[in-house]
Design a protein around this ligand. Structure first.
Ligand SMILES: NC(=O)c1ccc[n+]([C@@H]2O[C@H](COP(=O)([O-])OP(=O)(O)OC[C@H]3O[C@@H](n4cnc5c(N)ncnc54)[C@H](OP(=O)(O)O)[C@@H]3O)[C@@H](O)[C@H]2O)c1
Length: 279
């Protein structure tokens, strides 16, 4: 695995295994992913989409195989009420925002059987700004108490929101995790800002949202030239652009292919050709 060092000094794997929608298969797939070579795991305290406790259940057998907690990069999320299933909210919905964050994180630590996470992400911005700040400040307290090595935000497509948050908080977000798709113009402006402020941009939907890029002549020809799959070409491109992609593959073949994206390097002109497809 290759790593990138974040502004908070955290070693983040350059591709991260995503655990959404895996339900009862979560434990088995996380074990397979780590055995295959993934070292980063993404989850959330959001029972609607993630079985966070099953990620935790994978850690014990992995420990027996010799994978220590510090060998793994684990990131979870605080999901605001709007993103939760109303019938399965992992905290008291009537509590203050600060208490919701604290209780959600206590639940995450129990689920993950760990006393710290590498990154705690806010799953999506809250409005108005005062609510966003209340939640983020509660996350800062978790970071200051040693519960999270760094903080970040997800689904933040409005650069104005990100900039204002960045200016108003003490512990700057080190990570933005966004959907990589045409509707947001692939976050071009936001990613340039992230680069300038040493904020790592993680992408999801990287393959599913972009079938026309994967099927493009440029990518198909590069796949032939490098003897790689189209998905590998695109992941390699993303990585060279400084993006950390998430992969939630359920296939062991795809796990191996996802991990093999660091075995080659597209040239500058080839990267420009793919960049031109981001329209
Ligand atoms: N912050 C958020 O709101 C948010 C939202 C969505 C997702 N996420 C995170 O991002 C993770 C990834 O989610 P995603 O939406 O990007 O989709 P994904 O779960 O990674 O699925 C993408 C599709 O790509 C396929 N795939 C993966 N690797 C491949 C490869 N090398 N070659 C060909 N196909 C491949 C998978 O099929 P196979 O299973 O057959 O390989 C799957 O159909 C999630 O698990 C979650 O952790 C976060």
């Amino acid at each position: 695995m290759q790593y990138t060092t974040t502004s908070a000094g955290v070693e983040m794997p350059k591709i991260i295994y995503g655990t959404a929608w895996k339900k009862e298969r979560t434990t088995e797939l996380v074990i397979q992913a780590v055995q295959a070579g993934f070292r980063g795991i993404d989850t959330a305290c959001q029972p609607k989409h993630y079985a966070e406790e099953r990620v935790g259940e994978a850690l014990m057998p992995l420990k027996k195989e010799g994978f220590k907690r510090e060998d793994l990069y684990i990131q979870t999320k605080f999901t605001p009420l709007a993103g939760q299933d109303p019938n399965n909210i992992p905290y008291d919905k009537n509590a203050s925002l600060e208490t919701q964050v604290a209780d959600s994180f206590t639940r995450s630590k129990k689920n993950l059987q760990t006393d710290y996470v590498d990154t705690l992400l806010l799953h999506s911005p809250l409005f108005p700004h005062a609510n966003l700040l209340s939640v983020y400040r509660a996350m800062e307290k978790i970071q200051q108490d040693g519960g999270a090595l760094q903080l970040g935000i997800s689904n933040c497509y409005d650069l104005g929101v990100l900039k204002r948050l960045y200016e108003d908080v003490q512990i700057k977000p080190a990570v933005v995790q966004n959907r990589f798709y045409p509707d947001s113009d692939f976050d071009k402006e936001l990613r340039a800002w992230c680069d300038a402020h040493a904020v790592i941009y993680q992408s999801f939907w990287s393959l599913t949202a972009n079938p026309y890029i994967l099927a493009s002549e440029v990518v198909v020809n590069l796949a032939k030239e490098y003897n790689k799959t189209q998905a590998q070409i695109f992941f390699n491109f993303l990585s060279l652009e400084g993006i950390v992609p998430l992969s939630g593959t359920t296939s062991q073949t795809h796990m191996r292919q996802d991990l093999d994206i660091f075995s080659f390097e597209l040239s500058l002109s080839q990267r420009s050709e793919i960049r031109a497809l981001l329209v």
